[in-house]
Design a protein around this ligand. Structure first.
Ligand SMILES: *Cc1c(COP(=O)(O)O)cnc(C)c1O
Length: 440
């Protein structure tokens, strides 16, 4: 499989090179040259396959012969070390819980897969050149990447996060790892972090001194495995005998997750419609309404992992439909919600059966789903719950007037000391990367 740059001004590359580069030399995102639907026989009989078998079928064509079958199966086994429950919370509405992994965020799937692919490529690299993974995070990416890469040989991880704009638990997950992981605290917002990472990839002096790659959802090894759980959820619902048209609502920030869903759809997964639900960072909902794409600076919200003003993966979504907005509207809608609506939804969900506790991101997903279902009955809706509520503890506890139990994964890091460097601008990042490299 070849990957080309969506800026159309860079050579085509294979999976390995696209993963190691992250972004193409012309700053474009990589996109697969072919998307071949899986056999209808496989989709029709999906319940007879294990999650690992499904994942292998889904991802293998995208990896090609760059990772041998046995190794790829091992990578998948190690990636899928947790469950993906689908829980019905009211008639025709279920949540797909994606937070059962080590950092309790859905990004664990992509991060673990990517870390193991890079680890494999590095182990085959004869001159043992170290790879530095540079990642900007608005909250959850960094923790998942840190945990996914922790202790992976030959790889260093540098995380940039916006100072004061991630939750306490998220910050602990970013700054207490040690080993091959370090955290840089940026005086700015997430978009500043993301911009610095993009600039670093174009910096010739850095390129001459180190091998840099990204672990944001722009990296195909983080983005593509996110297709897995759309298939898993379909399998679960099919097993339960649900035969209505399926709608998936994905709380969206950089739009990598929902774009992976659209890719799963391209592979033949029978999903009727996708809803990308956002907070007030509404660049895409506005585009769907007005046909004009106008990136804006990000605004702070209680669903901070989605505080993104210029979603990097939207260009991939446009590519999937060949920039045809009319075609896009047939399978895709996008709605935005305020923090006030989100808080209220946390209560609404809780009151459905007195049990289910959603985090602010999941609550946004729920709102988008319900909005779509207002005008489309006869569907079965699934909203993705992308983080455990404990990660947004203050908001959830205040809204519901209760105290959440602390899961063991989180408890283990709460007492650890934060370690981070504060940086102001790109030059400080560059000097950090260069000096660190010289020391090593
Ligand atoms: C990253 C993240 C999102 C947004 O996912 P995208 O793929 O960037 O759209 C939503 N919820 C949580 C909890 C996240 O960490």
């Amino acid at each position: 499989m070849n990957y080309f740059s969506l800026n159309n001004n860079a050579p085509k590359v294979k999976f390995k090179e696209a993963v190691i580069r992250g972004l193409a030399p012309d700053r474009g995102l990589y996109f697969p040259e072919e998307i071949t639907p899986l056999s209808s026989d496989f989709i029709d009989n999906i319940e007879s396959y294990s999650n690992e078998e499904i994942a292998y079928k889904v991802i293998q064509p995208f990896v090609g012969n760059e990772i041998p079958e046995k190794e790829l199966k091992k990578i998948i086994d190690e990636t899928l070390c947790f469950d993906f429950p689908v829980i019905e919370i009211e008639d025709n509405v279920a949540t797909l819980e994606l937070f059962q992994g080590p950092t309790m965020a859905f990004k664990d799937v992509g991060a673990r897969f990517m870390a193991r692919c890079l680890g494999y490529f590095n182990s085959k690299n004869k001159n043992n050149e170290e790879i530095t993974v540079l990642v900007a995070t608005s909250g959850d990416t960094g923790g998942a990447v840190a945990s996914g890469f922790l202790g992976v040989k030959g790889i260093k991880v540098v995380i940039l996060y916006p100072s004061g704009k991630v939750s306490d638990i998220q910050e602990k997950q970013l700054t207490t790892n040690g080993q091959n992981v370090s955290a840089l605290e940026v005086n700015g917002v997430f978009d500043d972090c993301q911009e610095m990472v993009k600039t670093a990839f174009l910096d010739q002096e850095l390129k001459d001194n180190m091998k840099l790659t990204s672990a944001n959802s722009i990296n195909i090894a983080r983005w593509l495995p996110q297709m897995f759980y759309f298939f898993f959820a379909y399998k679960t619902l099919k097993k339960q005998g649900i035969d209505k048209k399926l709608v998936f609502s994905t709380p969206s920030g950089n739009f990598g997750n929902v774009c992976a869903g659209l890719m799963a759809h391209q592979l033949g997964l029978p999903i009727f419609h996708f809803v990308a639900s956002t907070n007030i960072n509404d660049t895409v909902p506005k585009y769907m309404e007005a046909g004009v794409y106008e990136p804006k600076p990000s605004k702070e919200t209680i669903s901070n992992a989605m505080d993104v003003g210029n979603p990097s993966n939207f260009i991939r979504i446009q590519k999937i439909v060949n920039n045809d907005l009319y075609k896009l509207k047939k399978t895709f809608s996008s709605y935005s919600f305020t923090d006030k609506e989100t808080r209220k939804a946390i209560s609404t969900i809780r009151n459905l059966n007195g049990k289910y506790i959603a985090d602010p991101h999941g609550a946004v997903g729920y709102l988008g789903l319900k909005k779509f279902m207002e005008t489309n009955d006869q569907v079965f809706g699934v909203f993705l719950e992308t983080a455990h509520p404990i990660k947004f503890r203050d908001t959830v506890e205040q809204q519901l007037g209760l105290t959440l139990d602390i899961p063991s994964q989180i408890e283990a890091i709460l007492d650890k000391e934060k370690e981070s460097f504060v940086i102001e601008d790109y030059l400080e990042l560059k000097s950090y990367l260069l000096n660190r490299q010289l020391k090593a």
